[in-house]
Write a protein that binds this ligand. Structure first.
Ligand code: M6R
Length: 363
C-alpha cells in the first residue's frame, strides 16, 4: 500500500518525521536518558570503533564517524564490507565492532561480522530487521524502528540509522565524560526537534521538484560537502545514480581543486550541501571556483547561508536552521527528493531500478 503516493519511495520519504520520532521514543526518555538494549556497553572501556556496511548504510557509518570522533573523542575506522572482509585487518584490543544494515542480510556485511566475531570485544549491529542474520549473530542489537522499507533506494532507513547512531555517540560521550551537560542537552534538544525540522524540509517538495526537472537533462552531476555533509554528498550522488541513472560523483569540497574541477563546465550541475556551519566560508569559496568555471551550482543551505552566498547560483534549496551535528540527518531530505523527482521527470522505475535488488544476499 503506497498510502496515496505514486511510489513506495515517496511514501517512505514522507514517513520520516513519524519514524524518526518513533526511533527517538525507543531510545530517549522524557528526562533525557539514553536507554540502550542489553547488554550495556561502557564506552569508557572502548578504545576504538570499527564500523562496516555497504551502500547507503556505509554512508551512515561515515557520517557517524564524525560524531563519535568529535562528540565522544573515540577513534573510528569505517570500511565497506566487501573490502574489509578480504583485507582481514588486525583488530586492536578493546574494539567495538558495529555493523549497519537495513535488511540485516547483506552477504558482505554478514561475512565481515563473522570475521570480527571472537576478535572484537563486542559485536553490535544497527538493523531494521531484528530477526535478521546480522542481528542474530550480534551481541547487541540496536533496531532502527523505520518500519518496512520497500523502495530499493534506501531513505527512511538511512535517517533512522543516523538517528540511532547519533544517540549512540551521545551515550558514548556521556560514558567517556567528553560532553558538558549543556552541550549534551543542546544535542538532545536538536534531536527532539528533528521530526519537525524534517517536516519543514519536506515542505520544499514542490520547489525541489522544479529544480529536479532541470537536473533531469544533465549527463553528469557533482555533489560537494564538507565535514559531516561530505558523506551526505555521497548519499545524494548514490541516490541520483540508482534511480535516475544519471552519472553522479561526490567529493569533499576541499578535494575539488585536486582533480575533479577539471570536469566542470557549463553543462555540469554541482549540488553543494552547505548549512551555515563553521566550515561554511570554506565551502562557499570552493563553490565560487565552480561558478568561475561556469558550473551550474545548486546550493542547499539555510536562509542565512543563502542570503550570504546565493548570488550567481543556478538554483537554491532552502533548509531550516539546524545545529552542525544534526545537519546531515536533515540534509538527507533534499538529497532524496532531488533524486526522486529527477527520476520521475525521466520516467525511470523509481521503486525497482534496473540491475538492483533490495537485499544483496550474494557477494
Ligand atoms: O540492507 P543493507 O542496509 O545492508 O543494504 C546495503 C546496501 O545494499 C543498500 O544501502 C543500497 O546501497 C541501497 N540501494 C541504497 O539506496
Amino acid at each position: 500500500d503506497k498510502g496515496g503516493h505514486k511510489h513506495f519511495m515517496a511514501k517512505e520519504i514522507a514517513e520520516q518525521p513519524t519514524v524518526i520520532a518513533d526511533a527517538l521514543s525507543h531510545y530517549l526518555s522524557a528526562g533525557g536518558e539514553i536507554r540502550l538494549p542489553d547488554p550495556q556497553v561502557d564506552f569508557a572501556q572502548v578504545e576504538r570503533i570499527t564500523m562496516v556496511a555497504c551502500g547507503t548504510a556505509f554512508l551512515a557509518c561515515l557520517t557517524a564517524k564524525y560524531w563519535f570522533e568529535q562528540i565522544a573523542r573515540l577513534p573510528v575506522e569505517v570500511d565497506v564490507a566487501s573490502e574489509f572482509r578480504y583485507r582481514e585487518p588486525p583488530v586492536p584490543a578493546k574494539s567495538l565492532a558495529l555493523f549497519v544494515s537495513q535488511s540485516g542480510e547483506t552477504a558482505d556485511t554478514l561475512a565481515a561480522l563473522r570475521y570480527m566475531a571472537g576478535k572484537a570485544d563486542r559485536i553490535a549491529s544497527v538493523v531494521n530487521v531484528p530477526e535478521s542474520s546480522i542481528a542474530r549473530e550480534s551481541d547487541l542489537v540496536l533496531p532502527i524502528h523505520a518500519g518496512v522499507e520497500i523502495g530499493v533506494a534506501s531513505t527512511k532507513a538511512f535517517t533512522c540509522q543516523l538517528t540511532v547512531l547519533f544517540l549512540l555517540a551521545i551515550k558514548a560521550a556521556s560514558d567517556r565524560g567528553t560532553l558538558t551537560d549543556e552541550a549534551r542537552a543542546d544535542h538532545l534538544s536538536q534531536l527532539r526537534r528533528l521530526p519537525a525540522l524534517i517536516a519543514e524540509a519536506l515542505d520544499q517538495n514542490v520547489a525541489i521538484r522544479e529544480t529536479a526537472r532541470k537536473l533531469a537533462n544533465a549527463r553528469d552531476v557533482l555533489f560537494l560537502g564538507r565535514g559531516p555533509l561530505y558523506p551526505l554528498a555521497h548519499e545524494g550522488a548514490l541516490k541520483l545514480k540508482e534511480i535516475s541513472y544519471i552519472h553522479a560523483e561526490a567529493y569533499a569540497s576541499g578535494e575539488l581543486k585536486h582533480g575533479p574541477i577539471a570536469l566542470v563546465d557549463e553543462d555540469v550541475p554541482v549540488v553543494v550541501m552547505a548549512p551555515r556551519d563553521t566550515l561554511f566560508d570554506k565551502t562557499v569559496s570552493n563553490m565560487q571556483e565552480v561558478m568561475a568555471r561556469k558550473g551550474k551550482v545548486i546550493l542547499i543551505s539555510d536562509r542565512e547561508g543563502l542570503a550570504e552566498a546565493a548570488n550567481g547560483t543556478w538554483d537554491t534549496i532552502t533548509m531550516p536552521d539546524v545545529s552542525d551535528a544534526v545537519a546531515p540527518i536533515l540534509y538527507a531530505i533534499p538529497a532524496q527528493l532531488l533524486a526522486y523527482h529527477t527520476a520521475v521527470a525521466k520516467g525511470t522505475d523509481v521503486d525497482q531500478p534496473r540491475n538492483l535488488a533490495k537485499s544483496v544476499t550474494v557477494e
